[in-house]
Design a protein around this ligand. Structure first.
Ligand code: E7E
Length: 232
């Protein structure tokens, strides 16, 4: 997160850190007791290795009472996701067991009504992604508030030039923005997860490249279907 600030500990108890060999790779969030939603791009370069999912954390390194690392039983990328574009950039992770829910570990509801969030709506992104252009990684969860911008503006030729589909949304990226390692985290508007951070043009903090999110509502049926079919 560029231009943000340290989140109040455990005020975002749905936040997940997707890790490989103890290293934070991407964000994610708890959508059900045994399911985390993230971004398919996060599996790039992982050679099919399964993530481990850290829940209940504020600091990535310090011992905290409700912090717990979960193994993943299955990782299901949306069938339409690919490395060449940002379309269908969603990843479902089934935890080895149901997460133990408490004050620090909670499910975040996602938007099921397929209607655009109004431009200028203030939403929040959080993550352990880089906090400087040079790529400094934070130990503690960061957050930033960003206004939604219209798809029309986001698709302008000087911005993302007609690549933003009706299954994506954008926020202003001037100075304050999501960045490397924030992918997969939720964009929360009025307490509901409306989008999932995607790397998009991989640029951070440049107003010419607004942040891009996969809208969740268009994928509600796919998400429900995967969770129902894998149910024990
Ligand atoms: N504000 C938009 C936004 C949101 C989330 C992430 C990013 N930027 C990256 O993720 C990124 C940046 C630079 C090099 C990179 N290499 C890789 C990679 N997967 O190898 C990703 C990146 C940008």
């Amino acid at each position: 997160i560029l231009g943000g600030y340290e989140a109040r500990p455990h005020l975002r108890p749905y936040m997940a850190s997707l890790q490989l060999d103890g290293q934070h790779v991407c964000g994610g969030f708890l959508i059900a007791e045994q399911w985390v939603l993230s971004a398919a791009h996060c599996t790039e370069g992982t050679n099919g290795k399964l993530f481990q999912v850290l829940l209940g954390a504020h600091s990535l390194t310090e011992p905290e009472p409700h912090k717990r690392l979960y193994r993943v039983r299955a990782q299901i990328a949306h069938p339409g996701s690919n490395i060449h574009n940002n379309r269908d950039d969603l990843l479902l992770l089934q935890l080895e067991e149901k997460a133990e829910l408490n004050a620090h570990v909670k499910v975040l509801p996602f938007q099921r009504e397929d209607r655009d969030v109004e431009a200028d709506t203030l939403c929040e992104a959080a993550g352990w992604g880089t906090v400087t252009h040079s790529g400094r990684r934070p130990d503690k969860l960061q957050q930033v508030e960003r206004p939604v911008i219209s798809r029309e503006l986001c698709n302008h030729r000087t911005r993302h030039d007609q690549t933003i589909t009706e299954k994506m949304m954008c926020t202003d990226s001037r100075k304050k923005d999501t960045c490397k390692g924030d992918s997969g985290g939720p964009l929360v508007c009025n307490g509901v997860a409306e989008g999932v951070v995607t790397a998009g043009s991989r640029v951070c903090g440049n107003y010419k490249k607004p942040a891009i999110y996969t809208r969740i509502a268009p994928y509600a049926a796919w998400i429900d279907g995967v969770m129902a079919s894998a149910a024990g």
